[in-house]
Design a protein around this ligand. Structure first.
Ligand SMILES: [Ca+2]
Ligand SMILES: [Ca+2]
Length: 342
C-alpha cells in the first residue's frame, strides 16, 4: 500500500519541481532582458555624451591660427598664455565656436614634447598660462566643454619650441678662491669647469694661456687635448698647470689664465667676456691665476722657512768645522810640543 503513494508523490513533487524550474527560468529571462535594456540605455547615454552643443568651425579656426602664428612662436621659459586677439573678440569667437554661449568653456589643451599625445594632454582656460619649459614639439588643440560637460575638439597644431638662450656661466667658489689667493708654484693645478646653467645640455671647453713677452699665448687646448709645443713643462696633456718655481707673481698679477667657452645643445654660445681686448666678447668667462710661493699651514712661505733652516744648519756645520779645526790644531800643537820635548 505505501508503494502506491510513491508515483503520486513523484507526480506531485515532480510537477512542483517543474513549476519552480519554470519560475526560475522566467526570473532569469527577466534579468537578462532587464540587463539588455539597461546596457542599451547606457549605450544610448554614452553616445549622447559625445555630442557637444558647440561645434568647432575648423576652417575658420585654421584661418585665425594662421594669422596668429607669430603670437604662438614660443620661446623657452616664457609663460605662454592663450592671449589671441580673435579669441578676445566675441564675434570672431562665435564664428569659430559655433553655438558658443557663456555657459560653455573654451580650453587650450597642450601636450608637452615628452608627453604622449594619446593620453597626456593638459589644459588651461583662456586666461591661464603654460610654462613653456622644454625644448621640442609642443602640440596644441582647442577643446570646448558645453554646459552638460560634452566636449568638442579642434585639430592639433604643432609648434617647435626652441632654446634661444645661451647658458649662464660663473666661477665656482673654489675658482674664485684661487683667483684671489693664487695657485702654488711647483705644484700641479687641475683645471675644472665653472658653474654652467642651461635648460639643454652644454659643451664646455677651455684654453690655458700663459703671458709670454706681454702677449697671451695659448699653451693648452682642452678641445683637442693638445699642449702647444715648447710648453710641455708648464701644462700636462690633461690640462693641469704647473707654474715653475721662479714664476711667482704674487696675488696682484698673473701670467696664467684659463679661458672658458660654453655652448648649449642648440648652438647658443655664452659670449660674456672679451679675452683678447679687441672690443668683442669671445668667451664665457676667464679665470685669472696668480702664482704664489708654497706656504705652510700657518701661511708662512715654505721656501723662506727652508732658507732659515739652511742657514741654521750651515751655521752649525761651519761651527763644527771650526771646532774640528781648533781641536786638530791643538792636537797638532800638543804633538809638536811632545816631539820638541823628546
Ligand atoms: Ca640654452
Ligand atoms: Ca675679443
Amino acid at each position: 500500500m505505501p508503494f502506491r503513494i510513491i508515483p503520486v508523490f513523484i507526480a506531485y513533487f515532480g510537477h512542483k519541481a517543474l513549476t519552480e524550474d519554470f519560475i526560475v527560468k522566467k526570473i532569469i529571462s527577466f534579468i537578462i532582458a532587464l540587463t539588455l535594456l539597461l546596457s542599451m540605455t547606457v549605450s544610448v547615454v554614452a553616445f549622447a555624451e559625445g555630442t557637444c552643443s558647440v561645434t568647432i568651425n575648423q576652417a575658420k579656426l585654421d584661418e585665425y591660427m594662421n594669422q596668429a602664428n607669430p603670437d604662438l612662436k614660443l620661446s623657452l621659459n616664457e609663460k605662454f598664455a592663450l592671449s589671441l586677439d580673435w579669441l578676445k573678440d566675441e564675434a570672431t569667437k562665435e564664428e569659430v565656436f559655433v553655438g558658443w554661449t557663456l555657459r560653455d568653456t573654451i580650453y587650450l589643451q597642450y601636450c608637452e614634447p615628452n608627453d604622449d599625445p594619446k593620453d597626456e594632454w593638459s589644459e588651461v582656460k583662456f586666461d591661464e598660462t603654460i610654462d613653456a619649459d622644454s625644448v621640442g614639439y609642443w602640440q596644441f588643440r582647442f577643446s570646448v566643454k558645453d554646459k552638460d560637460g560634452n566636449r568638442a575638439y579642434s585639430n592639433v597644431y604643432t609648434f617647435y619650441l626652441s632654446d634661444t638662450t645661451a647658458p649662464t656661466v660663473k666661477l665656482t667658489t673654489t675658482q674664485e678662491k684661487y683667483q684671489a689667493n693664487g695657485i702654488t708654484v711647483g705644484f700641479k693645478y687641475n683645471v675644472v669647469n665653472p658653474t654652467v646653467t642651461d635648460d639643454s645640455s652644454t659643451t664646455k671647453t677651455y684654453v690655458v694661456q700663459k703671458k709670454v713677452a706681454e702677449e697671451w699665448v695659448t699653451i693648452y687646448d682642452s678641445a683637442t687635448k693638445t699642449v702647444t709645443e715648447g710648453y710641455e713643462l708648464y701644462v700636462t696633456t690633461g690640462g693641469a698647470i704647473t707654474p715653475l718655481e721662479n714664476e711667482v707673481t704674487g696675488t696682484t698679477a698673473f701670467i696664467y689664465r684659463v679661458v672658458y667657452y660654453v655652448e648649449d645643445a642648440f648652438g647658443n654660445e655664452t659670449l660674456a667676456v672679451d679675452s683678447n681686448g679687441d672690443g668683442e666678447n669671445d668667451c664665457a668667462i676667464v679665470l685669472n691665476l696668480p702664482t704664489i710661493e708654497p706656504v705652510d699651514a700657518d701661511g708662512e712661505p715654505i721656501a723662506n722657512k727652508n732658507q732659515v733652516w739652511i742657514i741654521v744648519f750651515a751655521s752649525i756645520a761651519v761651527a763644527s768645522l771650526i771646532a774640528i779645526a781648533v781641536i786638530m790644531i791643538v792636537d797638532r800643537k800638543k804633538a809638536v810640543a811632545k816631539t820638541d820635548a823628546e
